[in-house]
Design a protein around this ligand. Structure first.
Ligand SMILES: C[S@@+](CC[C@H](N)C(=O)[O-])C[C@H]1O[C@@H](n2cnc3c(N)ncnc32)[C@H](O)[C@@H]1O
Length: 468
């Protein structure tokens, strides 16, 4: 029974009122997508809130109920009755099975509108902030843009598969050619699975934590490949056939083994061993020479990374700066873009391998007056602020998805820089943090960047200006 028809029925006596006549698992119902909750659409049916992936707001579809809890249901599209004009056919056989490209059924222009709205909605709903959000800056490449590969390895000996996890599960969908990666990713994946099957490598089984090969991870930047086999303990198989196969395809590559025996979902363990070839990738982006080791953080979309860094530089007026701090600095390309002989610069990063790369960068670029600090922003930023209290600060923050916290926001307020640039990969935690800073700062610029086309993720660059 639809909500509309139930509303017109004669009222039931109080004793007969049902809380909610919710749909049941396997019911097929007619559903209208009314809004988005991340990449899923949300609508109402039979007094229930229903979440459905792979639809577009405004579409009407028949959907099958997969799961119901109280008056919330999750469903899968069965047949689209009224398709949106923004609907396209995703160029991937695994669409809908793999949990990767949640927006690949939406025309790219509409994906950009989705991301602008996502940021604006989070600022309004989570942060209670009514600020102008600029249109989302597109990615120059909307497919084949990923410089990073990270595939779980599963299956059985002789029939190893490497692929993406299915949506909401730990089953692996074999992905021989993920369109988000380039040809390099597809070729590396098939070289690696062929090697595993030839040599008899035992893939990992997370049900009993047995097996050896857990993940294949890789970076491919400026024609250089670093491939890492993540191993559940010692990797006692002969790696020479893999190295030979890689050298037949890649002119410049390095091979590594990372040991990870942890019984959790973290991909990399603490120890990465170099096996052969390149020890790091070398390049020059935005005039900054860099070295990148396999376990350091690096933005996954080279083109959009450069656009974001260039925007951060443009937004920061450093004419009055005496101390610049780049918090969550990774290998430090942005720090080197911003550093200047007129002021002291500090970069704070927690991962020792990234700080090793950052020290190489400072040396390679003769970075003036730059100190790389290995540690937690929550403890290192207060120290830098306390020892420079009389100086004028400029601060950049680019935290992981969990964002800042109240203490870091309070330290930022204590330093009271004229401007802060906040680069965020999660607009919900961004909104929470901006709300904490908004008693002292005006949010003068908010611009989403499409670092992750075809997915519902969005990067956002924000400038905060100290209120006089
Ligand atoms: C989103 S990345 C940004 C890195 C860099 N700004 C870039 O553009 O490549 C976040 C970085 O923060 C580091 N990180 C995470 N938690 C941290 C913490 N509590 N203190 C310092 N660095 C941290 C991560 O290792 C990672 O390199």
């Amino acid at each position: 029974m639809s909500t509309a028809s139930r509303a017109s029925a004669a009222p039931l006596p109080c004793c007969c009122l049902k809380v909610c006549d919710v749909p049941k698992v396997n019911d097929v119902i007619t559903y209208t997508a009314e809004g988005y909750a991340n990449s899923e659409t949300v609508g109402r049916a039979d007094g229930c809130t229903v979440f459905v992936p792979r639809l577009i707001v405004g579409e009407v579809a028949q959907v099958r109920i997969d799961y119901v809890k109280k008056n919330v249901a999750y469903a899968t599209p069965v047949r689209i009755i009224k398709p949106s004009s923004a609907r396209i056919s995703p160029p991937c056989d695994s669409f809908g099975k793999c949990g990767g490209c949640t927006l690949a059924h939406i025309a790219y222009d509409e994906q950009l509108v989705f991301k602008q709205n996502k940021v604006a909605n989070n600022l309004r709903k989570v942060g209670k902030l009514d600020v102008n959000v600029l249109p989302c800056v597109p990615s120059p490449r909307i497919w084949g843009y990923r410089n990073k590969l990270s595939l779980p390895v599963r299956g059985k000996r002789g029939a190893v598969k490497a692929g993406m996890f299915e949506r909401n599960s730990h089953n692996v969908v074999e992905t021989t050619r993920c369109p988000l990666g380039g040809d390099w990713a597809a070729e590396l994946t098939s070289i690696f699975t062929a090697y595993c099957n030839d040599v008899g490598v035992e893939p990992y089984d997370e049900r009993d934590f047995s097996g050896v090969a857990r993940h294949l991870t890789a970076r491919f930047v400026d024609g250089q490949l670093l491939a890492t086999v993540v191993s559940n303990g010692e990797f006692n198989y002969d790696l020479r056939p893999l190295a030979r196969a890689l050298s037949d395809r890649f002119d410049r590559f390095g091979l590594f083994v990372n040991v990870n025996t942890a019984r959790n979902n973290v991909i990399l363990g603490k120890e990465t061993r170099h096996i052969c070839g390149l020890r790091y990738i070398e390049g020059e982006h935005l005039g900054v020479k860099f070295r990148l080791r396999p376990d350091s953080f690096f933005q996954i979309n080279d083109d959009v990374k450069d656009l974001v860094y260039a925007k951060a530089k443009e937004l920061l007026d450093t004419s009055q700066t005496q101390v610049l701090v780049d918090c969550f600095s990774g290998i430090g390309i942005l720090t080197n873009v911003l550093a200047n002989e007129r002021f002291d610069s500090y970069a704070i990063e927690i991962e020792p391998s990234a700080v090793r790369d950052a020290n190489d960068l400072a040396r390679l670029n003769n970075a003036p007056r730059l100190t790389n600090v290995c540690g937690d922003v929550a403890t290192e930023l207060p120290k830098i602020v306390a020892s420079n209290l009389d100086k004028r600060f400029t601060i950049v923050v680019d935290p992981p998805r969990k964002g800042l916290n109240e203490n870091i926001c309070n330290t930022l307020k204590q330093a009271a820089p004229n401007s802060i640039v906040y680069i965020s990969c999660d607009s919900a935690t961004l909104a929470r943090d901006l709300s904490m800073l908004s008693d002292m700062y005006d949010i003068s610029y908010v611009e989403p960047y499409d670092m992750f086309p075809q997915t519902d993720q969005v990067e956002t660059v924000v400038r905060l200006v100290l209120r006089r």
